[in-house]
Design a protein around this ligand. Structure first.
Ligand code: RIB
Ligand code: CA
Length: 309
C-alpha cells in the first residue's frame, strides 16, 4: 500500500479534532508533523489540544510544533462559540505527557518538505493559512517543492459562516489566504460548498461512537458538541464537519468532485473581508486551483468510522 507523507496544519477546534482522529487512524498516511496556529482558540490552547488528541489516539510518534499565534496583519479572532472555551467542546483539558517539539511550526514545515524529494510531502491546512504564508515567504521554492495542498476554507454558493461574505479560516487571515492563493502551490480547496454536504447526523455520530475506542469516543464527543451548538446557534441538528474534507480527499480523492478554477481573496474591504471569488471560467489547462463542488458524505464517514476502529 502506497503511503502518503503528510503534514497537518490546524487550530483544534472540534472539527479539526475529528480530522486528526481520521488521520491518526489511517495507516496510509505517514504523518510527518502536526503544526498548530491560533484560530478557533488561541495558539496555546490549539497546541495543547493537538497534544491531547495525539495522546488519546496513541500517536506520540507524531511531533506537534507550535506555529503562528496571530494573523499576518490582523488581530487574532477566535470562534470559541463553536468550539467551547478550551477548544474541544465539553472535553476537560489535561496536561499531555509529551511536550511540544522544538522548532517553530513554520520551520518544521519548511524543513520537512525541503528534506524530501520534490512534491512528495502533502499539506492539509485546517485553520487560518498564516503558517503556510509565512513558510512561503521564508522559503521561495516551497510552492514548487510541496505536493498537494488541501485547504479547508472559503465559500462560493454557500455564502459565509463568520460573516455574510466569508468563511472563518479565510476571514481570520485574509492576507495569508491571498498570498497562498497567489503562491503557485498545487491547491485544492474545500469550501463551505463541499463541507456543508458532510454533516454529522445522529446516525453517523452513533456509528462512530459505537466503535468503542478512545479515538471513536473522542470523535463522537466532538461531533455531539457541534450538534448542540448547531441546534442553538444555527437551528440545524446536523453540523458540518468541515476539516475532515481535506484529509478524506487525500485518502480517497474519488469522494469529491472538483472543478478547475482561479480563487482570489478579498482583503481590502471590511464588509467583504475574506470573501473567496471562485472563478470557474478559466482554461482547465491553465487553472491554478481546484474547488470542491460536491462530497460523498457517506463515503467520508465510512473512512472516519474505519479510522477510529
Ligand atoms: O469555517 C470552518 C473552519 O473554521 C474550520 O476549520 C473550523 O475548525 C474553523 O476553524
Ligand atoms: Ca479548523
Amino acid at each position: 500500500m502506497k503511503t502518503l507523507s503528510l503534514i497537518i496544519d490546524c487550530d483544534p477546534g472540534v472539527d479539526d479534532a475529528v480530522a486528526l482522529m481520521l488521520a491518526f487512524g489511517s495507516s496510509e498516511l505517514e504523518l510527518l508533523a502536526v503544526t498548530t496556529v491560533g484560530g478557533n482558540v488561541p495558539l496555546a490552547k490549539t497546541t495543547r489540544n493537538a497534544r491531547m488528541l495525539r495522546q488519546i489516539a496513541g500517536r506520540e510518534d507524531v511531533p506537534v510544533h507550535a506555529g503562528a499565534d496571530r494573523p499576518l496583519r490582523r488581530k487574532p479572532a477566535g470562534a470559541g462559540e463553536f468550539h467551547g472555551e478550551e477548544g474541544l467542546g465539553f472535553m476537560t483539558p489535561f496536561t499531555p505527557a509529551k511536550g511540544v517539539a522544538d522548532g517553530h511550526g513554520v520551520d518544521a514545515l519548511i524543513n520537512a518538505v525541503m528534506a524530501r524529494e520534490p512534491e512528495t510531502v502533502a499539506l492539509a491546512v485546517l485553520g487560518p493559512m498564516t503558517n503556510l504564508a509565512l513558510a512561503l515567504r521564508r522559503e521561495p521554492t516551497l510552492a514548487r517543492r510541496l505536493g498537494p495542498v488541501a485547504i479547508m476554507g472559503g465559500a462560493r454558493s454557500e455564502g459565509g459562516n463568520i460573516t455574510a461574505s466569508a468563511e472563518f479560516n479565510v476571514w481570520a487571515d485574509p492576507e495569508a489566504a491571498d498570498e497562498v492563493m497567489r503562491s503557485g502551490c498545487r491547491i485544492t480547496m474545500f469550501g463551505l460548498d463541499a463541507t456543508h454536504q458532510v454533516r454529522a447526523t445522529e446516525e453517523r455520530i452513533a456509528a462512530v461512537a459505537g466503535i468503542g475506542t478512545p479515538k471513536g469516543d473522542t470523535a463522537a464527543a466532538m461531533m455531539r458538541f457541534s450538534q448542540k451548538v448547531e441546534r442553538e446557534i444555527v437551528g440545524w441538528d446536523a453540523p458540518p464537519v468541515h476539516d475532515v474534507c481535506p484529509v478524506a480527499w487525500l485518502l480517497k480523492p474519488e469522494l469529491f468532485e472538483l472543478k478547475p478554477c482561479r480563487i482570489a481573496v478579498e482583503f481590502q474591504s471590511e464588509l467583504t473581508r475574506g470573501h473567496t471569488a471562485v472563478e470557474f471560467r478559466v482554461d482547465p489547462a491553465e487553472a491554478p486551483h481546484r474547488w470542491a463542488v460536491s462530497a460523498d458524505a457517506d463515503g467520508v464517514f465510512a473512512l472516519i468510522t474505519e479510522a477510529v476502529r
